[in-house]
Design a protein around this ligand. Structure first.
Ligand SMILES: NC(=O)c1ccc[n+]([C@@H]2O[C@H](COP(=O)([O-])OP(=O)(O)OC[C@H]3O[C@@H](n4cnc5c(N)ncnc54)[C@H](O)[C@@H]3O)[C@@H](O)[C@H]2O)c1
Length: 361
């Protein structure tokens, strides 16, 4: 290869791609996606109020990427509902923000049922405020963290994007409402580029075990509970319902490794920026479902630890089985999940073992 060619290749790989805003970037999915975006040479401004995270996650992301140029990741502590905080982030970088990845929000189904006003405020009003700011700064590209929860209890499996949107809880209602708002926005002006990524069940951690899921308070999701039980921080895993219409009676979910999910965001962003303005709505899942008991057994085998459990009553708002049909994302994005259930277990375990108290060490 000619010297000039080598040089131009290096310049290309060092060239920064886009200036992006990442809301909720210190959280579980956000921090892993920030890592993937920085590795793809994007420059980021993160807006997070740390209600369910800590600034430490982003420090560790910088270390993992080996970030020399600290201007490539600016972090603002603030709220997506605050026009002042939004003005601050849109005015922070010398280059205009070209696109937003919107992770900020609340996600606990049980809490959403008991605190609907709070969930509608953060998830729906928060998104409306963000979109308002985006419009006034001429930024019309957004990747939104939607959820498979909005399908409710599906009539047929696997779930395609054309399946009925019929949430069974407040959290799912807020995600469905934001998707409708985004649809209205796209219909009002054809310059918007919008991706609604309907995640199935994100789990796992960066393979290094350096960053992972670190919820504040008592965890709600299966994997953080399993790892805390394995560590002895929680007595036993409470399995909600052993009488679901599934093979072993426990609920079935489509678990997706958080690094696969992060990559899905990079691909979706790239497609939005490359193609004509459009609304993309797509499932991000593996297409394979595992019951809670199957996950427990896989975890015990892969990690060589015991996970005592007890089966108790079903939780309000839960459903028996959700499995994605990921064909659309595979075709449109050329994206494939790479990590197995064993890898999800091993990486979650190595994160939890090395960081027994999450980011609070
Ligand atoms: N993890 C899942 O199981 C899952 C599944 C489907 C969809 N989602 C969605 O993906 C997104 C990210 O989820 P996650 O698992 O990373 O959750 P997370 O709680 O780890 O991350 C959310 C982040 O948003 C921040 N935040 C919350 N309210 C805010 C506000 N008002 N202003 C600024 N920042 C705020 C939190 O501090 C946190 O850092 C959420 O919108 C969630 O609803 C998550």
């Amino acid at each position: 290869m000619m010297v000039e060619e080598r040089l131009s290749l290096r310049v290309h790989s060092c060239r920064f791609m886009s200036q992006l805003l990442v809301t909720g970037g210190a959280g579980f999915v956000g921090s892993h996606t920030c890592l993937a975006l920085l590795q793809a040479n994007h420059r980021l401004v993160v807006l997070d109020n740390y209600v369910n995270s800590s600034a430490d996650s982003l420090e560790r992301v910088c270390d993992l990427v080996g970030l020399k140029d600290r201007d490539a990741l600016k972090v603002v502590q603030g709220d997506v509902r605050s026009p002042d905080d939004l003005n601050r982030v849109f005015q922070l970088s010398d280059k205009p923000i070209e696109a937003v990845l919107h992770f900020a929000g609340l996600k606990a189904v049980g809490e959403s049922i008991s605190s609907p006003l709070h969930y509608w405020d953060i998830n729906v009003t928060g998104t409306r405020c963000l979109l308002q700011a985006m419009q006034s700064y001429g930024c019309k590209t957004i990747v939104f963290s939607s959820s498979a929860t909005l399908y409710g209890s599906p009539k047929t499996l696997p779930i395609t994007e054309n399946s009925l949107v019929d949430p069974t809880n407040t959290y799912g209602n807020t995600k469905a409402a934001v998707e409708r708002l985004l649809r209205d926005l796209v219909a009002s002006e054809d310059s918007w580029r919008v991706a609604c990524l309907r995640y199935f069940n994100p789990v796992g951690a960066h393979p290094s075990g350096t960053i992972g899921e670190s919820p504040q308070g008592i965890p709600n999701n299966l994997f953080p509970v399993i790892t805390k039980v394995a560590l002895g921080q929680i007595d036993k895993l409470k399995i909600f319902g052993g009488d679901w219409p599934t093979e072993d009676g426990t609920a079935v979910r489509d678990y997706i490794h958080v690094m696969d999910l992060a990559e899905g965001h990079c691909f979706a962003l790239e497609l939005l920026q490359r193609e004509d303005p459009q609304l993309l709505v797509m499932n991000l899942g593996t297409g394979t479902g595992y019951s809670v008991l199957e996950v427990v057994k896989a975890f015990e085998k892969a990690c060589g630890v015991n996970v005592p459990y007890e089966i108790i009553n079903r939780r309000p708002g839960d459903v028996a089985c959700t499995i994605a049909d990921p064909t659309l994302a595979q075709k449109k994005l050329g994206w494939r999940t790479k990590f197995s259930l064993d890898a999800m277990c091993l990486h979650s375990w190595s994160w939890q073992k090395d960081n027994p108290n999450g980011y609070i060490n």
